[in-house]
Design a protein around this ligand. Structure first.
Ligand SMILES: [Cu+2]
Length: 261
């Protein structure tokens, strides 16, 4: 009975702590449900890559077991060397070519999808300047050239209390990442994407920028820093709130820079 109680307590605390851990689903290869069109690309690379890796694993394990069972030294024979085989050209070509083909296929799809994920068209209506600092974030959103009041946060233990970035659904959003202190990493698990924020990178460097197109999934999502950046790194939490366009328009109206708060 005390054991059951302890287990119940453990389960309760485990679920309580996991408030910012998105639900994992085997059909998505344990990735969280994504909220961007770019997430489709990531998911579309992730699943087949795992299937290919698992299929390769099955073939290798079957071959190992087969060799272990059917090619054992027989007890009846005396201690002597097995027949020495050399220069089996077909087999040598096979085990050179197959890995080469496999790596090439992985490389092709990875390169193709990386190009899509890092492409910045620059025509997004919503642009977000993300400034990372020890240990929180400042978000400055610009919509159609109008800059809203920055949202800045402090270290917190629950992402709901961190700074909140409000974005419209079904919209293209451009991010520009910068920091003045140490390396951070901007990570919204539901984007299936993260990008290091490195000090000293010039504004025109494409490595600072990336684009997403949000899906119609209004909700509040967790975000965090994914690069150990100091004592309060684990409390560098924030949230992204996807809202319908109408709600976003209201948000713009009440948060324009210079407007009374
Ligand atoms: Cu950080």
């Amino acid at each position: 009975m005390p054991r059951a109680a302890a287990l119940a307590l453990l389960l309760a605390t485990a679920t309580a702590c996991a408030n910012d851990v998105p639900e994992a689903d085997w059909s998505r290869g344990l990735l969280p449900e994504h909220i961007t069109t770019q997430g489709d690309v990531v998911q579309g690379l992730w699943n087949p890559a795992w299937i290919a890796a698992l299929a390769t694993g099955v073939v290798v394990i079957v071959l190992i077991v087969w060799a272990a069972i059917f090619h054992r030294k027989r007890k009846t024979t005396k201690a002597e060397l097995p027949p020495q085989v050399r220069y089996n050209l077909p087999i040598e070509m096979l085990y050179t070519l197959i890995p080469l083909v496999m790596v090439s296929v992985f490389f092709f799809f990875t390169a193709r999808d990386s190009a899509v994920l890092t492409r910045v068209d620059g025509d997004a209506r919503v642009k977000v300047k993300v400034e990372a600092f020890q240990w929180s974030w400042r978000f400055t959103t610009t919509v159609d050239g109008k800059t809203l009041q920055p949202v800045a946060g402090m270290p917190v233990s629950d992402y709901h209390q961190g700074p909140q970035l409000v974005l419209p659904v079904n919209s293209k959003v451009e991010f520009d990442l910068s920091t003045d202190d140490v390396i951070h990493s901007f990570w919204v698990p539901a984007f299936l994407f993260k990008r290091d924020v490195i000090p000293g990178i010039r504004e025109d460097n494409p490595g600072r920028k990336f684009e997403i197109t949000t899906l119609n999934k209004p909700e509040v999502y967790a975000g965090r820093c994914a690069e150990l950046c100091g004592v309060d790194h684990s409390r560098m939490l924030f949230s992204v709130k996807l809202v319908p366009q109408q709600e976003f328009d209201q948000y713009i109206a009440t948060n324009q820079a210079g407007s009374a708060q």
